[in-house]
Design a protein around this ligand. Structure first.
Ligand SMILES: *Cc1c(COP(=O)(O)O)cnc(C)c1O
Length: 429
């Protein structure tokens, strides 16, 4: 006879009271999970339809080396991305090293000296500050004579349409919008409100290229920024669209002219997307994209489950347990160093890989305070796999995201609670 689920959880380190507390919270979530499953179904059909349109075949799985001329799989994969994003073209490559790299080539490929880049969602993601030259850096856009301005979001976290209109000048060539909050404590922007902001920009000058940093947002909703007028949507393959299988890479989808311009920066002028071998990665890219809608759904469920658990325990959470979701990141304000350590150590203990190691805070390059990171992932640094990190400083926020399957993500979160309990940091009654 098999063990009961509760007994199995106990032998895997989860106490009966933690099991029960989590079960009670989960019971309140069935309607929301049902909605997430419907969105996943919608996006799954969208992706399969894209596979059909591109006529994906077994021949697509063999890759190229060297220059990578005539890489059938690579070209079909880009057709699949373009079809799923309802875009004219896509660039999806292992040669794109990360999300920042994808954003950097989308920007530098489309901006020329004298142009201005305008961010309309406030401060961009940390790593883009050096790409743009907000923080001086070698090779930044600023060094090439591209100027930068930004319009803050309003205090309520929405776009400031009036300020956007007045910030646009004859120099404005590109507008950047960041969908996810990243590691800020602002709201994440919905795709439809991004569409409204793009309309505002285009009403002043339809030639301005609107680029959306789509990191962490893919497949959370039924539409993507390219469905609401974005000229470019850009992201990382070790987040949502890689489905946990892509071992590296980034993508850029949008108008053909602008995607081509980015390709001329990815490789070089004249060669563009014609070269670049897929190095045997086509299968992981196709299969990862195929799995991405349900993987993203697991990550979303995990974020909501954790938000509701920690909210019930009295911690502040962003977004709130009942708020609508537009990305997969969850922040929990744990209020103490001990809280962050216990939380991250619990997540680590629940991971499939490296469950036996104890994460410690360390002085990461580029950060002022020590940072602790928990990740037991198949792909290094992957944040579509359950992972958590936080700088050791007030208000002691931990940010976490991911979960390749819902049961594994649920277990990881239960382990975080168990770890908090073992340290005497929470009271389950
Ligand atoms: C992850 C992320 C990026 C890019 O980060 P990489 O670590 O370079 O992949 C950019 N913007 C946002 C909002 C992100 O979440």
């Amino acid at each position: 006879m098999s063990e009961t689920l509760e007994a199995l959880y106990q032998s895997a380190g989860i106490d009966a009271d933690v099991f029960e507390f989590c079960g009670d919270v989960l019971e309140t979530l069935s309607d929301r999970f049902e909605k997430i499953d419907r969105t996943a179904e919608y996006n799954q059909i969208k992706v399969i339809d894209a596979f059909h349109r591109a006529r994906v075949s077994e021949a697509c799985f063999s890759g190229t080396t060297g220059y990578g001329y005539n890489d059938l799989g690579r070209d079909k994969l880009e057709e699949v991305y373009a079809a799923a994003f309802h875009a004219e073209a896509a660039l999806v490559r292992p040669l794109i090293a990360c999300g920042t790299h994808a954003l950097a080539i989308a920007l530098s490929g489309n901006l020329r000296p004298g142009d201005e880049l305008l961010s309309i969602s406030g401060k961009p993601y940390d790593t883009l500050e050096e790409v743009i030259g907000i923080r001086p850096a070698r090779g930044s856009l600023a060094e090439y004579g591209v100027t930068y301005r930004q319009v803050e979001l309003k205090a309520d976290g929405h776009f400031d349409h009036e300020a956007i209109k007045s910030a646009i000048s004859s120099k404005t060539r590109m507008v950047a919008i960041q969908r996810s909050k990243g590691y800020e404590s602002r709201r994440t922007l919905s795709v439809s409100e991004i569409g409204e902001a793009i309309q505002t920009v285009k009403s002043v000058n339809p030639d301005i290229i609107c680029m959306v940093d789509n990191c962490y947002g893919e497949f959370v909703e039924r539409i993507e920024p390219t469905d609401v007028g974005a000229d470019l949507a850009v992201g990382s393959l070790i987040k949502n669209p890689g489905g946990g299988l892509a071992p590296s890479g980034g993508y850029i989808c949008g108008k053909k002219e602008h995607v081509d311009n980015a390709a001329y920066r990815m490789t070089c002028p004249g060669l563009g997307s014609e070269i670049g071998p897929s190095l045997g990665l086509n299968t992981s890219f196709f299969e990862g994209f195929f799995l991405a809608p349900t993987v993203t759904a697991s990550a979303l469920k995990a974020a909501i489950f954790a938000a509701c658990l920690y909210e019930k325990l009295g911690f502040a959470v962003i977004p709130g347990g009942n708020e609508s979701r537009h990305d997969i990141i969850q922040a929990v304000t744990l209020g103490s160093k001990e809280g962050i350590l216990a939380f991250c150590r619990g997540i680590q203990k629940g991971a499939p890989v490296d469950s036996f190691v104890t994460p410690e805070p360390w002085d990461m390059p580029g950060y002022d305070d020590p940072v602790i990171m928990a990740a037991g992932a198949f792909v290094e640094g992957s944040s579509i796999e359950l992972s958590a990190d936080g700088p050791i400083r007030p208000p002691y926020n931990v940010y976490f995201q991911g979960g390749l399957t819902w049961p594994s993500a649920k277990y990881g979160i239960m382990m975080s609670l168990q770890s908090m309990k073992d340290e005497g940091l929470i009271n389950l009654r």
